[in-house]
Design a protein around this ligand. Structure first.
Ligand SMILES: Cc1cc2nc3c(=O)[nH]c(=O)nc-3n(C[C@H](O)[C@H](O)[C@H](O)COP(=O)(O)OP(=O)(O)OC[C@H]3O[C@@H](n4cnc5c(N)ncnc54)[C@H](O)[C@@H]3O)c2cc1C
Length: 430
C-alpha cells in the first residue's frame, strides 16, 4: 500500500483531463496521488519514445474489427504528448444542454494558455501551399489556434508529433510538472485496475505494478484514464453503462506528390484548416514526420511512395462519426465505421483531392482509416451527472469519455475547461 493516509484524492491518468484536475487541486493545497500507467521520462522528441508510448499494439495502438487504427498515449501527459496542439474553442452550448456551464473556465484557459494561430514564420511551406490553394478555390481555410508557446518554437522543427522536447507545445505533461511542484505525488508505470468501494464509499484504487497488485487509499477518486481507459476501470469497479455507443472521430490522410518543396516535411501539423460543420468533417494540413509518413504509405499499400516525404502534400479529413460500438472488458474497440461516416470521409476526400490538385499535386491517394479521439464512453447524463460524479459519491470522471454526444472536434481545450470546473466543484464541496 502506498502512503495510505496521506492523500486527499487520487487522480488516475495524466492526460489533459487528469493533469488539469491534479494541478488545480494541488495548487489549492490538496495532497494528490496522480497514478499513470505510462512512464514519466523527459520528452526527447524522438521516434523510439513515441513508438513505445503510442505505437504498442494492444496497449496504445488498437485495431477495430475493420482494421482502423486507434491511437492513445500511455505516458505521463497522455495522448496530448503526441497531439498536434490545435486549440479548438469548446462548444459551450453543447455542454450547457447537460447542465454543464464551462464558459467561465473557457475564458480562464484562453487567458492562461497560448491559443493563438501560428505566426506565418512557423507555418510550414506545405501547410501554406495547401491553405493558398484552398482559398483560391473559395474555401474559408484559416490558420488554426494552437496550444503552442511560439517563442519557444523552432522553425523547421518537426518534433511536435514525437513529444515536443523544447517545452513549446502545451500538453498535460506541463500540468503534471506544475502539480509536482505543488506537492502532488506522481506514481508512474502503474496501472489502475479498479476503484475500491466499501460499504458504498470510495476508499481508493487497486493498482498493478510490475505484475504485483496493491492499493492506494483516499476518500475521493477522479478517473481520467481517457476514452478507453476510464470505462474499463469503471466497469471493473461495478459501475454500469460505460463503454458503449461512443465516437472516435475517424480520419483519413489524403496525399499527393508534387515537386520538391524547400523546407517541406519539417513542420507543425494542423497549422491551418477548415471545419465543414454541415458536412460533418474537418479538413487540415497534416505534414507527418518521415517515419510516420512511411508507416502511412505501408498501410496504404504504396511502397513506391516511401521516399517522397519531402514531395508529398497531405490533407487530413476527420469526420464526426455517429455514436456506436462497444468496448470489450479489456478495452478492445468493437466499432465499425458506418457507411454514412464513410460517405462523409469520401466527400472530404473529393474536396481534399481538388485542393491538392490546385496545389500542383499528382497521383492523389488516401490512407487507411485511423482514429485519435476515442470518447463518449462514460457520458454526462448517463453515467456521470453534471458535476462529473458517478452514482457513487466522491467518484468522479474527467476526460474525453464524459463527452455526451457525437463530437468531431479536437477535444483538448474542452477537457482542460472541464478539469478546471471539476476541481472547483471538489474544492467548494470539501
Ligand atoms: C496524433 C494525435 C493528434 C491529436 N491532435 C489533437 C489536437 O491537435 N488537438 C486536440 O485537442 N486534440 C488532439 N488529439 C486528441 C487529444 O490528444 C486527446 O483527445 C486528449 O489527450 C484526451 O485527453 P484525456 O484526458 O481524455 O486522455 P489521455 O490524454 O488519453 O490520457 C489518459 C491517461 O490515462 C493513462 N491511463 C490509461 N489507462 C490507465 C490505467 N488503467 N491506469 C492508470 N493510468 C491509465 C494514460 O497513460 C494517459 O496518460 C490528438 C491525438 C492524437 C493521438
Amino acid at each position: 500500500m502506498i502512503n495510505s493516509e496521506a492523500y486527499d484524492a487520487i487522480v488516475v491518468g495524466s492526460g489533459p483531463g487528469g493533469a488539469t484536475v491534479t494541478r488545480e487541486l494541488s495548487k489549492a493545497g490538496k495532497k494528490i496521488a496522480l497514478v499513470d500507467w505510462g512512464r514519466h521520462k523527459p520528452l526527447k522528441g524522438n521516434m523510439i519514445q513515441a513508438v513505445l508510448s503510442i505505437g504498442i499494439p494492444g496497449k496504445s495502438l488498437l485495431f477495430t474489427p475493420d482494421f482502423a487504427a486507434v491511437f492513445r498515449g500511455i505516458i505521463s501527459g497522455g495522448s496530448s504528448v503526441f497531439y498536434y496542439g490545435t486549440a479548438f474553442e469548446p462548444p459551450i452550448e453543447l455542454f450547457k444542454k447537460y447542465g454543464v456551464d464551462i464558459s467561465k473556465e473557457v475564458m480562464e484557459v484562453g487567458k492562461e494558455l497560448p491559443t493563438q494561430p501560428l505566426d506565418d514564420s512557423l507555418v510550414g511551406p506545405m501547410a501554406m501551399k495547401i491553405m493558398h490553394s484552398a482559398r483560391e478555390l473559395g474555401y474559408d481555410w484559416k490558420k488554426l489556434p494552437k496550444f503552442i508557446y511560439q517563442d519557444k518554437c523552432k522553425t523547421e522543427c518537426w518534433r511536435c508529433s514525437y513529444g515536443c522536447p523544447h517545452g513549446a507545445k502545451w500538453s498535460g505533461r506541463l500540468f503534471v510538472e506544475q502539480s509536482l511542484e505543488n506537492g502532488a505525488d506522481l506514481i508512474p508505470g502503474t496501472r489502475v485496475e479498479k476503484v475500491l468501494i466499501e460499504n458504498g464509499k470510495v476508499v481508493g484504487v487497486e493498482i498493478k505494478k510490475n505484475g504485483r497488485k496493491s492499493r492506494i487509499e483516499a476518500p475521493l477518486v477522479v478517473i481520467s484514464a481517457g476514452g478507453i481507459g476510464s470505462p474499463v476501470i469503471l466497469n471493473n469497479s461495478g459501475i454500469e453503462g460505460t463503454g458503449k455507443d461512443f465516437f472516435f472521430d475517424p480520419l483519413i490522410a489524403v496525399m499527393g506528390t508534387t515537386d520538391r518543396i524547400p523546407g517541406g516535411g519539417r513542420e507543425i501539423p494542423m497549422a491551418t484548416g477548415i471545419h465543414m460543420e454541415e458536412e460533418g468533417y474537418l479538413m487540415t494540413d497534416m505534414t507527418m514526420t518521415g517515419t510516420l509518413f512511411r508507416a502511412f504509405n505501408v498501410g496504404a499499400l504504396k511502397p513506391q511512395r516511401l521516399f517522397s516525404h519531402d514531395r508529398t502534400l497531405t490533407i487530413m479529413v476527420k469526420a464526426r462519426d455517429d455514436l456506436g460500438g462497444s468496448l470489450t472488458r479489456r478495452g478492445g474497440v468493437k466499432k465499425r465505421i458506418s457507411q454514412e461516416d464513410k460517405n462523409k470521409l469520401n466527400k472530404g476526400f473529393e474536396r481534399a483531392r481538388e485542393i491538392l490538385k490546385k496545389a500542383g499535386a499528382r497521383d492523389i491517394y488516401r490512407s487507411m482509416y485511423l482514429a485519435a479521439h476515442p470518447g463518449g464512453t462514460v457520458k454526462i447524463g448517463e453515467v456521470v451527472d453534471s458535476n462529473l460524479q458517478t452514482k457513487t459519491e466522491n467518484l468522479y470522471v474527467c476526460d474525453c469519455s464524459v463527452i455526451p454526444e457525437a463530437w468531431g472536434l479536437p477535444p483538448t481545450f474542452s477537457l482542460v475547461a472541464l478539469g478546471k470546473r471539476l476541481a472547483r466543484h471538489i474544492l467548494d464541496k470539501n
